[in-house]
Write a protein that binds this ligand. Structure first.
Ligand code: DGL
Length: 270
């Protein structure tokens, strides 16, 4: 059995690390579309075309279930894929819902009507495409009422991380947090709505200051996947080998990934 993990680039490694830790017996095939990253500045049709091509490649690796470990793809392409593209024997899951369920104190699949929750002022940090889609607010509205969401499009952060320029990434994160605080001075919670951002989590926390609960996706997605596979064991596909695939330069991507995860990672050409 193997499960596919997809991201536009390196950010999904934060999710891969968490799911592999939670499910050590499951082989995972990671696909980073580094050649086309960042997705956050692309339009929805473009993100859809790139994401479906990547998911098909993961099917070839024996992954019937693919996690879109990319908020931009989850926001811009997932619904269209599920409604009109996905064959009945395959599944593609996004990374929004586990996060929103945690924020709204729901257990998996609790589809009861929206209700009041503890947090009322939420800061959302995400890519320009995710913010423009308003997918986060839409999913939240199904589950909670009275939550004020202020979204900050964090232009440039994904590019800086993909380029390995962490000094620039830090400066950009601090300026985006400042911009958010001018619109919402005291958020109660902050959502890191891009899987690249956990790599900058300490900077977000420092810039936001104490008292802001920061939600990031990796651990939440891992718990949700473990739960899903318990209920749908047949969705773990036929693949048996863990591997890392990239559309970018495998040597460069391997070096960056090894630095991020602090263990040896070897990418092959997709
Ligand atoms: N990690 C992707 C996300 O969660 C990155 C987006 C991008 O490529 O801009 O949105």
């Amino acid at each position: 059995m193997a499960v596919g993990i997809f991201d536009s680039g390196l950010g999904g490694l934060t999710v891969l690390d968490a799911v592999a830790g939670q499910l050590p017996e499951v082989p995972f095939v990671y696909f980073g579309d580094n050649k086309h990253a960042p997705y956050g500045v692309r339009d929805a049709d473009d993100v859809y075309a790139l994401t479906t091509a990547a998911v098909e490649r993961l099917w070839d690796e024996g992954c019937d279930l693919v996690i879109l470990a990319c908020n931009t793809a989850s926001a811009a392409a997932l619904r269209r894929m599920q409604e009109s593209w996905l064959p009945p024997d395959k599944r593609v899951l996004g990374v929004f819902v586990p996060l929103i369920e945690a924020l709204t104190e729901r257990t998996w699949g609790d589809n009861s009507p929206p209700r009041e929750v503890d947090v009322n002022h939420v800061a959302l940090f995400a890519t320009p495409a995710t913010v423009a889609s308003r997918a986060f607010q839409r999913e939240l509205a199904f589950r909670a009422i009275g939550v004020d969401v202020e979204a900050q499009a964090c232009g440039g952060v994904v590019d800086a991380i993909e380029d390995g320029d962490m000094i620039l990434a830090e400066a950009l994160v601090r300026s985006h947090v400042d911009a958010l605080k001018r619109k919402m001075p005291i958020p109660e919670a902050a959502i890191l709505g891009c899987t690249h951002y956990p790599l900058m989590e300490a900077i977000f926390e420092d810039a936001l200051g104490p008292g802001v609960k920061v939600y990031s996706q990796a651990g939440l997605v891992a718990e949700s996947l473990a739960d899903y596979l318990t209920r749908h064991p047949n969705m773990a596909g036929a693949g048996t080998v863990s591997r890392f695939l990239t559309t970018g330069d495998p040597a460069w991507v391997s070096t960056r990934a090894t630095q991020f995860l602090r263990r040896e990672i070897r990418f092959d050409a997709a």
